[in-house]
Design a binder for this molecule. Structure first.
Ligand SMILES: Cc1ncc(COP(=O)(O)O)c(C=O)c1O
Length: 372
């Protein structure tokens, strides 16, 4: 049957699912400018205010940035690797106390590359039902079978492991640590127990926790003292670090394997050297001094009923969610309605993401409106 593109778009519009790119006029710390208005930005992953930050950018450029160019012009395995790439990989390995690290161009590239290559025919992946689209896309590209367990439900996972583990060769369990749309935290302790009991490889995506949780800011695994028990840790530089790119860190054999098998790593031009240098500069020079502001941000999240700095306000229907975000807009808050397919049908929501500059006074009026 011929696909009628106009009809698909009309259908999306009729269900309030239609998306379009918004143009903003500017960003200043915790604020965002749109339609001549300055609003508190509650839809940003710029958790530590390192992105879009004039002072930080100027400091970086004058200290080191001027030595780096804006294009790598080649994939890493061809001529796209200058010393700074290896230095960033080594810095991450040192922080996480792992053998080796591999950079990817984004968290999306990392999850697609890892989850598509780690298993093959005769293998299996067990994935949390609410894992990010990039993990799902990776699993769909893999030649292995995958099962999705109920969100953060260790009973549901163990039931599947009991029933299915024996039917496959290699097995992987994959989870986010802080769930991007719900702000809750994976039960990493039980996941480690289960991965040991059922002989699985455990992959943890710390996209929203790297730069936020733990004494050093490495994520939930650090905070729970589980770093050495997790086989592969994924982190992104595009969120709290305020840069771009991602990494996977773990045993040498896995990292060498991804270097040879992860197609999203192999077949894409490396990120610009200046970007790699910025990520390295932030994690070495700035991240070590962020503990107090991260602690305050997490406390504010807790006071709003969340386990993290991501506060979901689940409304249910699409149009009501859009309506609520408009009410908040009129009161000076920028929040985006999150709708299917990003979240399951019937759970449309506002996803409030706090950043370290936001104070309890900033969100007082919002809390009154939302009654949280
Ligand atoms: C859990 C999770 N993993 C990976 C990604 C993708 O990371 P990136 O934006 O660096 O591609 C996201 C992005 O929102 C995410 O929420």
């Amino acid at each position: 049957m011929i696909r009628d593109y106009e009809k698909v778009l009309e259908d999306l519009k009729s269900r309030t699912h239609f998306r379009s790119v918004k143009n903003f006029e500017g960003k200043e710390g915790k604020y965002i400018r749109i339609d001549g208005q300055k609003l508190l930005n509650l839809s940003s992953n710029n958790y530590l205010n390192f992105a879009d930050n004039k002072e930080i950018t100027e400091e970086f450029l004058s200290e080191v940035g001027n030595n780096f160019s804006f294009g790598s012009a080649s994939a890493r395995l061809l001529t796209g690797t200058l010393p700074v790439y290896g230095e960033l990989e080594q810095a991450v390995s040192n922080l996480f106390e792992k053998d080796k690290t591999l950079l990817f161009n984004s968290g999306y590239h990392a999850n697609v590359g890892i989850n598509s290559s780690l298993t093959g025919s005769g293998d299996v992946i067990f994935s949390d039902k609410l894992n990010h689209a990039s993990i799902i896309d990776g699993m769909q590209l893999a030649k292995s079978k995958f099962f999705r367990y109920k969100h953060n439900d260790m009973g549901s996972l163990e039931k599947l492991l009991k029933r299915e583990r024996g039917n496959f060769n290699n097995a992987v369990i994959v989870t986010e640590s802080v769930f991007s749309m719900d702000g809750d935290i994976a039960d990493l302790k039980t996941l480690v127990e289960l991965k040991k009991k059922y002989d699985c490889i455990l992959v943890v995506d710390e996209a929203h926790a790297f730069g936020v949780f733990g004494q050093k800011g490495l994520g939930v695994a650090e905070a729970l003292e589980l770093l050495s028990d997790i086989d592969l840790i994924v982190g992104t530089f595009g969120k709290a670090i305020g840069s771009m790119g991602a990494f996977v860190t773990g045993k040498k054999v896995f990292i060498d394997y991804f270097t040879n098998k992860a197609r999203s790593f192999i077949f894409s031009t490396a990120l610009p050297p200046i970007n790699i240098a910025f990520s390295k500069w932030i994690i070495e020079k700035k991240l070590p001094h962020t503990y107090e502001k991260r602690r305050k941000m997490l406390e504010l999240g807790k006071s709003m009923g969340s386990e993290s700095h991501i506060v979901p306000v689940i409304v249910g229907e699409n149009d009501k969610t859009v309506e609520l975000s408009q009410i908040l807009y009129q009161n000076g808050y920028f929040t985006l309605p999150i709708r299917p397919p990003t979240v399951p049908v019937g759970t449309s929501r506002l996803r409030l993401s706090l950043t370290a500059e936001i104070t309890s006074e900033d969100v007082e009026c919002l809390r009154n409106i939302l009654k949280i």
